[in-house]
Design a protein around this ligand. Structure first.
Ligand SMILES: [Zn+2]
Length: 96
């Protein structure tokens, strides 16, 4: 697992997991690269990811599965969402 993320502008590993977790496109949270001072926000791809996971969640809940299986699938889905959101959703340069 990576501990730091690369800044898309200067390429230095200046963005910590903690910083990246703070980012949320819904609240327009921003982070700053400590090396080049570029400001970033979370990409709106995060909205798409959330939508896809939401749909899968609805599918699981509305299927005729055993309740225990549903719970396990929902927990797995939540964990997967957490990692996809953290590692695969890119950060983009923030512009007003
Ligand atoms: Zn930078």
């Amino acid at each position: 697992m990576r501990k730091m993320f690369k800044c898309p502008i200067c390429g230095e590993e200046t963005i910590s997991i903690k910083d990246k977790r703070k980012l949320d496109y819904r609240f327009k949270t921003k982070i700053k690269c400590s090396n080049c001072n570029s400001v970033f926000r979370q990409s709106y791809i995060a909205a798409l990811v959330l939508l896809c996971f939401g749909l899968v969640g609805v599918l699981i809940v509305t299927r005729n599965f055993n309740l225990v299986i549903k719970c396990i699938l929902i927990i797995l889905l939540s964990v997967l969402y957490f990692y996809v959101d953290l590692y695969l959703v890119p950060i983009v340069k923030y512009d007003e």
